[in-house]
Design a binder for this molecule. Structure first.
Ligand code: FES
Length: 82
């Protein structure tokens, strides 16, 4: 599974690097290093969303924040891998 986090200027200001760090933590915690490829991407075209945009596989998820990250990760990453 490929996950890329937008580091365009709008998402950057909304905390892209916090989201990348949370992803790294969760990937390590669940031992997903072999299953998930984490990268950064340029603007995904959803800057107006109230949070960071990221792409999980083919799906673009918007409005990701430190507060809602865990639910999004569980649903779109963990469940998808299981
Ligand atoms: S900067 Fe992230 S969607 Fe545009």
């Amino acid at each position: 599974m490929e996950i890329s986090v937008c580091i365009g200027s709008s998402c950057h200001l909304k905390g892209s690097y916090d989201i990348i760090n949370l992803l790294k933590e969760q990937i390590a915690k669940h031992h997903l290093e072999d299953k998930v490829v984490l990268s950064a991407s340029f603007c995904l075209g959803c800057c107006s969303a109230d949070g960071v945009s990221m792409k999980v596989g083919d799906q673009v998820l918007t409005g990701v924040t430190a507060a809602n990250f865990q639910g999004i990760f569980d649903k779109h990453v963990l469940e998808a891998l299981n």
